[in-house]
Design a protein around this ligand. Structure first.
Ligand code: SF4
Length: 116
């Protein structure tokens, strides 16, 4: 058995959640104030994910703010950043437009600003 404590970041309460693992399987979760925190803690110890935010160079050189539409696996972030750094965005672009399709698994990189 292995025990990990994570701080839930799903809301400002910041519950300290204890997760007991047997190899890679979750045996028990305690300390969570709600079910959302249980899911967060389980994912955090088994397969942590993060939303990646950055900028992509546009064809005119203007930086275009972007983010992954959903959290990507933490161990994929380096590869995602390499793709972001080599991408070039066509203008104009609107919030929510796909800048890089399937940048990780089936997750797209999308624009977070309108740029003409
Ligand atoms: S477990 Fe629930 S109540 Fe506690 S920090 Fe997470 S979301 Fe908030």
């Amino acid at each position: 058995m292995n025990e990990r404590t994570v701080t839930c970041i799903e809301c400002p309460v910041g519950c300290e959640i204890k997760v007991v693992l047997s190899e890679k399987n979750v045996v028990s979760v305690s300390g969570n104030g709600c079910n959302r925190g249980k899911m967060y803690a389980e994912n955090e110890v088994v397969c942590p994910r993060r939303v990646v935010t950055s900028t992509v160079r546009s064809e005119r050189g203007t930086p275009v703010p972007v983010k992954t539409e959903r959290p990507v696996k933490k161990d994929e972030i380096f590869s995602v950043m390499k793709k972001i750094n080599s991408a070039v965005c066509r203008l104009p672009v609107k919030i929510g437009d796909v800048v890089v399709k399937n940048i990780s698994e089936d997750i797209d990189l999308i624009a977070t600003a309108n740029i003409d």
